[in-house]
Write a protein of this length. Structure first.
Length: 258
């Protein structure tokens, strides 16, 4: 598809504007609600989504939208996939670890990914076939080839009951088998950390398309491997993901399924 760089620049522009909005709200939240089985939603979430959607619609009026707060609208053959505030719980509590995630999907294929961390200003961005970047620097996955030498990331989202118990058991397994495992609470940034080689791998279930779409393409364009928990081809419409540098991918999948 043509014009990928143009679409990427549009997504970057939207993420930067949304980042300014989020930082203006940060540490001064007084308008929020609790969604059933989905945690906190702040006014910043909805305002950010409206801002991003308006910018993208102005630049690409013919494209559809899949957004966390407002659902599906327009052409689903080519659509923007938007998380206006990934890491809302962190944001709500004043923990400075959250992001904006924007991806473009064409005929079920991810072709643009942008993740913006407004706290430190970093922008991770990629277009299909053109590599992954952190700001202006080309990034690559790590070269760690043994699970015992790896650092992994994960998340638990809003799990409860048996689902949470299973996740904690898996966390314990990986803690014993690796250098360590981190759970900072923003899946898109976790995937960026795999793409730039901070994490050697990442896994999580109970995810939504907007949580992972941009991050998946960033890992792939940085030379990494992304599958579902079974080690099969990834779909953003499944609810689980394993991303890695490739070298330890089979080991991560094996532990998850053991």
């Amino acid at each position: 598809m043509k014009d990928l760089q143009k679409y990427k620049e549009l997504a970057i522009s939207a993420s930067l504007e949304a980042g300014k909005l989020l930082m203006a709200h940060f540490n001064s939240i007084n308008d929020f609600k609790i969604k059933k089985d989905a945690g906190i939603v702040t006014k910043a979430d909805t305002d950010s989504e409206t801002l991003i959607t308006n910018i993208l619609k102005k630049g690409t009026p013919e494209f559809g939208i899949l957004a966390e707060e407002d659902g599906v609208k327009g052409d689903q053959n080519i659509k923007w996939i938007i998380d206006p505030l990934d890491g809302t719980t962190n944001f709500f509590h004043g923990f400075p670890h959250f992001n904006i995630s924007i991806a473009l999907e064409y005929k079920k294929e991810l072709i643009v990914g942008v993740v913006h961390n407004p706290v430190n200003g970093d922008i991770y961005h990629c277009a299909k076939g053109a590599g992954s970047y952190k700001n202006k620097e080309l990034i690559k996955v790590s070269k760690t080839d043994q699970l015992k030498s790896s650092l992994l990331g994960t998340g638990f989202a809003y799990m409860r009951g048996n689902e949470l118990n299973s996740a904690l058991e898996l966390f314990k397994k990986f803690t014993a088998l690796t250098h360590g495992i981190r759970r900072p609470g923003a899946a898109a940034l976790d995937l960026c950390y795999v793409a730039e080689g901070i994490y050697d791998g990442f896994y999580e279930s109970t995810l939504n398309p907007w949580d992972i779409a941009a991050g998946i393409l960033l890992v792939q364009e940085a030379g990494g491997t992304v599958t579902n928990y079974k080690g099969n081809k990834i779909s953003i419409y499944e609810n689980n993901v394993v991303a890695s540098n490739g070298a330890i991918h089979k080991d991560i999948v094996s532990v998850i399924n053991s």
